[in-house]
Design a protein around this ligand. Structure first.
Ligand code: URA
Length: 193
């Protein structure tokens, strides 16, 4: 059957939003491989930011992640933070995308994250041997980029102004949630002392 999104489909925000919302497992039936080849790093980061927006709209922390195969540029995993939605003390944008991709060899893949990875996500990124991480926001948070480079992960900064604005808005609205999510409950308690 012909794919719904083909190599001739223009790369628009609306199409990227559909891809963000579709289950990853359904993508091969709906999106032609040649469409993925057309997507630039900026386009993939937009998908991650649209996932961050989805989380924000659900009342959660606005951080999204997308994992692509370096050769085919096909999306093999994606997700967003669900600390609030799932009442899960640890489901970050990156871990959500990694869980979606499953237990596999990530050494020929790139993970896009809308926010600079926290200590735990950064550790997971090098422990699972990702070849590259693309970071969409080092304005609101940063710190693990150098460590990742030293561990052999290629780090590219590709800031997305919409994602940066969204995160700054959320932080201003929910500073405690931001701190709990990024630094843990220990940091929240320390700040309250
Ligand atoms: O890397 C991070 C940090 C905070 N929250 C996330 O979802 N990811």
């Amino acid at each position: 059957m012909k794919h719904f999104i083909t190599q001739d489909t223009p790369v628009t925000e609306e199409v990227l939003n559909v891809i963000a919302h579709l289950p990853t497992k359904s993508l091969p039936a709906i999106v032609e491989d040649k469409f993925f080849v057309k997507l630039s790093d900026l386009n993939i980061m937009r998908i991650a930011v649209l996932l961050a927006q989805k989380s924000y709209d659900e009342g959660g922390c606005p951080i999204g992640g997308v994992i692509i195969d370096n050769n085919t540029r096909r999306i093999i995993g994606k997700g967003h933070n669900t600390l609030v939605q799932d009442n899960d003390p640890y489901n970050h944008g990156e871990t959500s995308a990694i869980r979606d991709a499953g237990r596999q060899d990530f050494s020929n893949t790139t993970i896009f994250t809308t926010l600079s990875p926290c200590d735990t996500c950064a550790t997971l990124i090098y422990m699972r041997q990702f070849s590259r991480v693309v970071v969409g926001d080092v304005t609101n948070a940063s710190g693990n980029e150098q460590m990742l480079r030293e561990k052999g992960v290629k780090v590219d900064i590709l800031e997305d102004p919409v994602g940066i604005e969204l995160y700054a808005k959320y932080r201003a609205e929910k500073p405690e949630l931001d701190m709990e999510d990024w630094k843990g409950l220990a940091a929240v308690r320390k700040a309250a002392r």
